[in-house]
Design a protein around this ligand. Structure first.
Ligand SMILES: O=C(O)CCC(=O)C(=O)O
Length: 275
């Protein structure tokens, strides 16, 4: 296939699509090869090493304060937003049709970047995330927003793989507690009782920003390395001016029918409440 084409080659199978439509999540297997995942993993760890050498604020933290409600053990997270500004390999990954063609079967033909977030959950203390929806962080008019978590190494249960509540997107936006990250009650939604999505290097977990998700502590001897790509239909406007980031509004697939239209020329500033 030529490099520059808009022809769709890598859609979801009808079974995968039906699974997503029912559950609001899908673990797509072997989207990238193990060799590619190993390369991406090294790239991610190099970014983390550079940021640490530069003493970049916030690169190593404890994760959400509310992680303390999930475990009393020490918690640590290596974290970097906007990785596409750190590495061309990671920039290229965002428009790879193996990712975006599958996302198009969920969002539609046009896919716009909201933000990227790399997480390295270090061995033995990789921070957990209490169960939550992503919608409170960046609510949109039509709820087209999805996350794709690309796994750069294996993420079995003991590594603190992502967990979900199947079908929970049907509940719509829920009220969240706001202490230490927007999250749901840890007694109502205990992480350990939610459905685990153990993944292998190269797998991609897609889920709606309405799907309740979270993850446990990485208790294993190896880091868990992932890149989360949050993306939306460019015609689905934010209803709150919040969570802006560098690169927001970049097109990953298709076109932006609203480009240079409306109150902001720059799509990252096109944040006014939809009419
Ligand atoms: O990567 C994880 O373990 C969960 C991340 C997550 O829930 C989030 O960033 O909203």
């Amino acid at each position: 296939m030529p490099m520059l084409t808009s022809t769709k080659k890598y859609g979801l199978t009808p079974e995968e699509k039906a699974f997503y439509d029912d559950g609001g999540y899908l673990l797509a297997k072997a989207v990238f090869t193990r060799a590619e995942a190993a390369l991406l993993r090294e790239e991610a760890h190099q970014i983390a090493r550079r940021l640490q050498a530069n003493q970049t604020a916030g690169v190593v933290n404890q994760g959400w304060g509310a992680g303390a409600k999930v475990t009393e053990l020490p918690r640590q997270l290596l974290h970097c937003h906007n990785v596409q500004f750190h590495s061309a390999i990671l920039a290229r990954l965002l428009t790879d049709p193996r990712l975006t063609d599958r996302a198009a079967d969920i969002i539609g033909p046009n896919i716009q970047l909201h933000h990227t977030k790399m997480f390295i959950k270090p061995p033995e203390k990789g921070a957990p995330f209490p169960m939550h929806q992503d919608v409170p962080y960046f609510p949109h008019q039509h709820h087209s927003m999805i996350a794709a978590i690309i796994h750069f190494d294996d993420a079995p249960i003991e590594k603190g793989c992502v967990r979900v509540v199947p079908g929970s997107f049907k509940l719509g936006p829920l009220d969240h507690l706001k202490d230490g990250g927007h999250h749901l009650s840890t007694t109502e939604y205990p992480v350990a009782e939610c459905t685990p999505c153990p993944a292998e290097a190269g797998d991609v977990l897609f889920f709606s920003y309405l799907t309740i998700h979270g993850s446990g502590l990485n208790e294993s001897a190896e880091a868990r390395t992932t890149l989360l790509v949050q993306m939306r239909d460019p015609e689905d406007l934010p209803i709150v001016k919040t969570h802006l980031s560098r690169g927001q509004g970049a097109m990953l697939r298709g076109v932006d029918p609203l480009a240079n239209h409306g109150p902001g020329v720059d799509s990252a500033k096109r944040l006014e409440v939809a009419p």
